[in-house]
Design a protein around this ligand. Structure first.
Ligand SMILES: Cc1cc2nc3c(=O)[nH]c(=O)nc-3n(C[C@H](O)[C@H](O)[C@H](O)COP(=O)(O)O)c2cc1C
Length: 191
């Protein structure tokens, strides 16, 4: 079994990555493989609505999306993690959500019954909206989303700040534990 975390920050080793790493450590502690997928530095254009993916299961845009999508498809669990930019998810992660979601949904709901959920970090405000924004993607794609002891949000501005948000870190660790519990409970029935 494997859980991947797609990091929607353009900042390597930033707060989003630190939060996601903490969640994945809890997953790994339960004996499940994990991997961080950084979007930072990758060229992933927005969906251009060409509709080629309908029936072909292929995105027609030739960039670095395919490598990300292949890892998402192969995983049993997917975390999408984003910082808040102007009250919303980053353009980086939105491009992946739109393209991966459209290809998967147009070719037999390829993410259905995978396990996953969102993580969000911001300096001050916008976590709840962005959390909801990401959650819409998980729900329409047919994921099974476990809860935690709070919503998976945290506070931080400069890289590393998020480690000081004790409740945020504890919440995502509990989320990671619940991902592992759910995956083991579903066993072969997971997507
Ligand atoms: C373009 C931009 C827009 C931002 N918008 C918000 C915002 O709306 N609300 C907020 O609280 N923080 C905002 N921030 C701060 C980031 O969410 C915060 O620094 C976060 O920790 C960055 O995560 P990272 O270290 O993973 O990149 C913004 C930062 C940037 C660069």
């Amino acid at each position: 079994m494997k859980v991947v975390a797609v990091i929607g920050s353009p900042r390597v080793n930033g707060n989003t990555e630190a939060l996601a790493r903490h969640a994945l450590e809890a997953v790994a502690a339960e004996g499940i493989d994990t991997e961080i997928i950084r979007l930072a530095g990758l060229e992933v254009a927005p969906c251009d609505a060409c509709m080629v993916c309908r029936g072909t299961a292929q995105c027609s845009i030739q960039d670095e999306f395919q490598g990300v999508y292949d890892k998402m498809l192969a995983a049993d669990g997917i975390i999408l993690a984003s910082p808040v930019y102007f009250g919303s998810a980053t353009a980086n992660i939105k491009a992946v959500m739109d393209r991966a979601g459209y290809v998967a949904r147009n070719n037999g709901d390829l993410f259905a019954r995978k396990v996953g959920g969102p993580l969000v970090v911001a300096r001050r405000a916008g976590q709840n909206f962005t959390y909801a924004q990401l959650m819409y993607w998980f729900m329409i794609c047919g994921f099974v989303v476990p809860g935690s002891t709070y919503w998976n949000i945290a506070f931080g501005r400069h890289p590393g700040d998020v480690a000081g948000d004790e409740e945020g870190m504890r919440t995502v660790a509990n989320f990671g534990k619940n991902i592992a519990w759910l995956l083991k409970s579903l066993g072969d029935r997971a997507g």
